[in-house]
Ligand binder design. Structure first.
Ligand code: IPE
Ligand code: IPE
Ligand code: MG
Ligand code: MG
Ligand code: MG
Length: 295
């Protein structure tokens, strides 16, 4: 399957599955599911869920897509929760997300906080309910997602990100923020897919190395697009980081040096795939796609 079809086909099956599980309730709390669905289906590249399948395919051919689906949907819900909360006035205060009004703009701050909470918890519910996967394997994946999302990972990174507004940081300190707020949540779905496909511990070390470096490259490009992106393409307001006095690669070392950093992380990511030979074809292409993307 070629690169573009792999992306598109998996986006479709993830979306179909999400439609199926995020059912509109008829009760008084119906509004929360509307808000969850609004943010999930507002758009989004579905990069993280695709990484679950790609992590599995790196280890073993032809596994049924249904094995990966709950874990793919779960990571998209965790990611979307992180975006809803990231946009709140108390955080980045962004009114546009995925080309639409942010969740708190469309609904209210209270509903946006709760929609985020509900997506996060529902993610863990679906993973724990998935009876097709042996419970020890399920717990291993759930542990990876918890570490990547919680205070050791994304939440911790968001705390550092907030604390860094208006400060002078070294590139190393900024790297730690990116590792925590973004790279962990990019490595986690790759690890999940690989674990589901029966990867060895040695293979998981390489998968993690690839994912973390891909995550660094991804966030640097996100910061670059915040400066030079097109609002209609990225679906977010350009210049948001500057407005909030965020420390970013472009603010620390300029656009050209930021692009070099992104390429360096991209090279390191690709190096980590060496042991996988031809099986790494898709993920090698994905690494190049991440640094050349316009959205
Ligand atoms: C945005 O992630 C948040 C970052 C970690 C930079 P994406 O760029 O993957 O957002 P969607 O899912 O496509 O909307
Ligand atoms: C977001 O970083 C990381 C998250 C954990 C959500 P940004 O704040 O740069 O992401 P965008 O640009 O709002 O998508
Ligand atoms: Mg942010
Ligand atoms: Mg933000
Ligand atoms: Mg950004």
């Amino acid at each position: 399957m070629d690169f573009k079809s792999y992306l598109q086909n998996h986006q479709v099956i993830v979306d179909e599955y999400l439609y199926k599980i995020l059912l509109l309730d008829q009760g008084p709390e119906r509004q929360i599911v509307e808000a969850m669905r609004y943010s999930i289906f507002a758009g989004g590249k579905r990069l993280r869920p695709i990484l679950v399948f790609a992590g599995g395919d790196l280890i073993k051919d032809g596994l049924d897509r249904s094995i990966f689906l709950p874990f793919a949907a779960a990571i998209e819900m965790i990611h979307t929760y992180s975006l809803i909360h990231d946009d709140l006035p108390a955080m980045d205060d962004d009114d546009l997300r995925r080309g639409k009004p942010s969740c708190h703009k469309k609904f209210s701050e209270g509903i946006a906080i709760l929609a985020g909470d509900a997506l996060l918890t529902f993610a863990f519910q679906i993973m724990s309910e998935n009876g097709d996967i042996p419970s020890d394997v399920r717990v291993k994946v759930i542990k990876e997602y918890s570490k990547a999302a919680g205070y050791h990972g994304m939440v911790g990174g968001q705390v550092l990100d907030l604390g860094a507004e208006g400060k002078e940081l070294s590139i190393q300190e900024l790297g730690i923020i990116h590792l925590k707020k973004t790279a962990n949540l990019i490595a986690a779905p790759l690890l999940a897919g690989s674990i589901l496909a029966g990867a060895s511990d040695a293979e998981l070390v390489n998968v993690s190395e690839y994912g973390i470096n891909l995550g660094h490259a991804f966030q640097i490009v996100d910061d670059i697009l915040d400066v030079i992106g097109d609002e209609k393409v990225i679906g977010k307001k350009v210049g948001s980081d500057k407005k909030k006095d965020k420390v970013t690669y472009p603010s620390l070392c300029g656009l050209d040096r930021s692009r070099i950093w992104a390429r360096e992380f991209n090279e390191k990511a690709k190096d980590a795939l060496a042991p996988f030979g031809e099986r790494a074809e898709f993920l090698l292409k994905l690494a190049d796609f991440v640094i050349s993307r316009s959205h």
